[in-house]
Design a protein around this ligand. Structure first.
Ligand SMILES: *Cc1c(COP(=O)(O)O)cnc(C)c1O
Length: 345
């Protein structure tokens, strides 16, 4: 039985064209005096995101961490909406390494996005000298745990302005901002240029084996470069990896909305089969479940790989699956019984 892997859009394998581009890459030593292909990728991403400069990062987690280290000092707090990646999935490095005390805000009517008034209130909280100082708002678009929720340009701007008018900096975790822009039909920069720093993933959806990019001002990137080295993220012939990123931006970015169309197809089929889902706005379909782990185990027996996310079963569509695969998944699910929206043997 063929396994269909919908655990994440990180499971994509580099295409033949991407591997060729990597093999051909012109390289240098990026810790010593620079790597031309990494420079080209960074300039490209700076342009795409509407920022002055950018810096390649080995992972999105390091990219977020470096950004938080830039924005926060000991005694600061940062505001983030519930279940963002920086809060739930980075081992608390926002606190343990970047020294920020998290202030979590609930989602507004738009899943994944805090309410602008809540942000204003939290951002302008003033207290005696010994109280924490809010210094940063952390946003995520699309919001992974909210089911890849897409935050529209104007809704994001409201929240950004609420933070800025209280003097806070804004960091956008745009691991899947490509999907957000494609779903909204806007440019990536309309979303990313709103923030002081933005992190984008090349290893999500775009099929790149390794890499994220942090963007911001040139001065911020000079600081980010030192911090990346401090964390052990300086690489030598990184051009081999950067070439994969450039190839993805040239050849795969334009196709990224296919992932959303596949998610809609999967969602429609799951709904028909009696599951309760969070309707997708990008490439993630969350299925509500009383026992998500047990459901993923049953699915695995049918050769369908899914993951769990905030108590739900999570399916992520990506460039290595096509419509036939989605239909195959739905067919295999039909071999099980569904009782009260739960998969049973
Ligand atoms: C995947 C992801 C990251 C970064 O993950 P890495 O595995 O460290 O590259 C950051 N934010 C979000 C929202 C993500 O989904």
């Amino acid at each position: 039985m063929r396994t269909i892997d919908l655990r994440s859009d990180t499971v994509t394998k580099p295409s033949a064209g991407m591997r060729e581009a990597m093999a051909r890459a012109e390289v240098g030593d990026d810790v010593l005096d620079g790597d031309p292909t990494m420079r080209a990728l960074e300039e490209r991403v700076a342009g795409l995101t509407g920022h002055e400069a950018a810096l390649w990062m080995p992972t999105g987690s390091m990219s977020n961490l470096v950004a938080l280290m830039i924005h926060l000092v000991r005694g600061d707090s940062f505001i983030a909406s519930a279940h963002t990646h920086v809060l739930d999935s980075e081992l608390g490095t926002a606190a343990s390494l970047a020294q920020g005390m998290p202030v979590t805000l609930p989602w507004s009517d738009l899943a994944g996005l805090p309410d602008a008034e809540d942000v204003s209130r939290a951002a302008s909280a003033v207290g005696p000298y010994y109280s924490l100082r809010p210094a940063l708002l952390c946003l995520e678009n699309t919001h992974n745990a909210a089911g890849g929720s897409v935050v529209p340009v104007e809704r994001q701007r409201e929240v950004v302005l609420a933070a800025r008018s209280a003097g806070l900096a804004v960091h956008l975790d745009g691991a899947r901002v490509w999907h957000a822009a494609a779903a909204l039909g806007c440019s990536v920069s309309e979303l990313t240029s709103q923030a002081d720093t933005v992190s984008v993933c090349l290893s999500k959806g775009l099929g790149v084996p390794v890499g994220s990019v942090l963007a911001g001002t040139a001065e911020t990137m000079v600081r980010a470069r030192r911090l990346r080295k401090m964390l052990g993220g300086g690489v030598r012939q990184g051009g081999v990896l950067a070439a994969a990123g450039l190839h993805a931006l040239d050849h795969h970015l334009a196709e990224i909305d296919n992932d959303r169309l596949l998610a809609l197809r999967l969602a429609a089929g799951l709904t028909d089969a009696g599951f309760s889902i969070v309707p997708p706005t990008s490439n993630i379909v969350l299925v509500r479940s009383k026992d998500a782990l047990e459901t993923t185990r049953l699915l695995r027996e049918s050769g369908v790989l899914a993951s769990t996310m905030a108590g739900n079963v999570r399916f992520v569509t990506h460039r290595d699956v096509r419509e036939e695969d989605v239909d195959e998944v739905l067919g295999r699910l039909a071999e099980h019984r569904v009782r009260e929206g739960e998969l049973v043997n």
